[in-house]
Design a protein around this ligand. Structure first.
Ligand SMILES: [Zn+2]
Length: 130
């Protein structure tokens, strides 16, 4: 994924923060923009260790978590996966279009998307049962 190692970029730095070298874990979790996003939405009790796991363990833990997003009826894993997708889209739009979305816009778009998918899933379940 690192564009610099593939000679697709003339510098190793993340295009979003300009501070850290770009890598998988840096884009999705440790970039300042991503870190601010996760810190704002992950319950403070779950923040301990959230930024410490290796990428694969971090993904697995969050994509298989069974708890709900606090204050909602939607599973955290739905929210987490849609946020990852939007973080990836922000990274690409920053690199290729010169602008990325704010965390507030990213969160709002992600929430709308996973709410639609969650309700469609519920609707399909109810139609299949009746
Ligand atoms: Zn960054």
């Amino acid at each position: 994924m690192n564009r610099w190692h593939r000679n697709l970029s003339d510098r190793p730095l993340c295009d979003i923060c300009g501070v850290d070298d770009e890598s998988d874990i840096q884009i999705f979790r440790n970039c300042k923009a991503s870190k601010d996003l996760w810190t704002a939405i992950v319950h403070h009790q779950n923040l301990r260790g959230f930024f410490d796991l290796p990428l694969e363990n971090w993904l697995l833990q969050n994509l298989t978590a069974n708890q709900l997003l606090i204050g909602t009826a939607t599973p955290w894993k739905f929210h987490f996966s849609s946020l990852l997708w939007k973080v990836w889209k922000r990274r690409n739009s920053t690199i290729f279009e010169g602008e990325g979305m704010s965390n507030a816009d990213l969160y709002r778009m992600s929430t709308n998307w996973h709410n639609i998918m969650f309700h469609l899933r519920q609707l399909l379940k109810s139609r299949l049962i009746t």
